[in-house]
Design a protein. Structure first.
Length: 365
């Protein structure tokens, strides 16, 4: 099989797996303790959690607080539902942001969804026009999960600051792949998008931002923001994945650029969706007029790729991201997403391109 769906999830790094195994001991071990217990085993587990917290935070701006969550969706929901004031976001955001509209409006707060430019980037003029003194939070993603477009984060933060609003950045697709240096108030990340385990993410809170009110109540863990017993194994895996990403960041970025060049040549006859310049080059979202994507996926069963966001797969609806950049339903439904990264080889790209080309030819295209 050829795995080209890195935006949906990434292969678990060997370093992460090994770090996790230590904290999955049975009754004869001393590594199954509750990290919130005061005894020796608890303190050992707590130390592992704090080491992981430091490693995760090393890829984020200095001075903030890392709060472990079940994933980026929980982190995003925590901020959106707790932040005071109105919310502004953009039409290409992940469902974790957009689907909070009802909950925010139920609190009597406005939830404004702004358009994006035809290349997929946030429309700064629209943000200037929409933001008011009542705006409490601007939510924006660093890199789009469907088309890979990179948003102009610094101008977004500047506009928000001028209005007195705070900024939440969804950095799920950026964390561990590119430097995350934005001066945001809140940053949401996920372990399994950077070669860590599924089931854990984090919310980074800036040094000048208030901790959000909790969504859940219980033991008061994670500075009172996120109650519940932490898994030392998941934390350790996240921390190891973060450390591996930090140590190999430059090498991985160069590797992805090489893969991008090969992929662009291999799929030269396809139309690119979204900006080719302001983009993470590990995401190739392309379309071909008249393509039956369902048939293509059936004919190319040994290639793992996507017709859109895996989080919304099976809905039958055209991608809201592709519609937001001006594509018709037909164009959106004739698009595919190929995602690659650390463990992808040039041969993977070339072999997949050959199989896709043969399947497309069978469709008479």
């Amino acid at each position: 099989m050829i795995y080209l769906d890195y935006q949906a999830t990434t292969p678990l790094a060997r370093e992460a797996r090994e770090a996790m195994l230590r904290w999955l001991g049975g009754p004869d071990s001393d590594t199954f303790g509750n990290p919130h217990s005061p005894h020796r085993m608890g303190r050992m587990a707590a130390a592992a959690v704090e080491t992981a917290r430091e490693r995760v935070g090393a890829l984020l701006p200095e001075g903030g607080t890392v709060i472990f969550t079940s994933g980026a969706t929980e982190a995003i929901n925590t901020v959106l539902q707790a932040a005071p004031g109105d919310v502004i976001t953009f039409a290409t955001e992940h469902a974790a942001v957009l689907d909070c509209q009802r909950a925010v409006e139920a609190q009597g707060r406005r939830f404004t969804i702004l358009p994006v430019l035809p290349d997929g980037r946030a429309d700064l003029d629209a943000l200037h026009a929409a933001i008011t003194p009542q705006t409490g939070l601007v939510a924006v993603m660093a890199i789009n999960n469907e088309i890979g477009v990179r948003n102009p984060l610094t101008p977004v933060v500047d506009i928000a600051r001028q209005a007195g609003a705070r900024v939440l950045v969804d950095a799920v697709q950026a964390y561990g792949k590119v430097p995350v240096e934005v001066a945001a108030d809140y940053i949401a990340i996920s372990a399994h998008k950077c070669h860590g385990p599924k089931g854990i993410g984090a919310l980074w809170t800036g040094p000048d931002a208030p901790l959000p009110a909790p969504l859940m109540f219980g033991g008061g863990q994670e500075a009172g923001v996120r109650s519940g017993t932490l898994s030392p194994a998941l934390c350790a895996g996240f921390g190891a994945a973060a450390q591996a990403a930090q140590e190999g960041l430059s090498e991985q970025m160069l590797h992805v650029e090489t893969l991008w060049s090969i992929a662009r040549d291999a799929f030269a006859g396809w139309e690119l969706n979204g900006s080719a310049v302001d983009r993470w080059h590990g995401n190739l979202n392309i379309r071909k007029a008249g393509l039956d994507v369902a048939r293509l996926m059936s004919d190319c069963r040994t290639i793992m790729f996507s017709a859109g966001s895996a989080c919304a797969s099976g809905s039958g609806r055209p991608s809201h991201v592709l519609r937001a950049i001006g594509l018709t339903d037909a164009e959106a439904k004739s698009s595919i997403r190929l995602g690659f990264g650390r463990y992808t080889t040039p041969d993977d790209i070339e072999s997949a391109a050959a199989m896709v080309a043969a399947a497309v030819k069978e469709q008479g295209l």
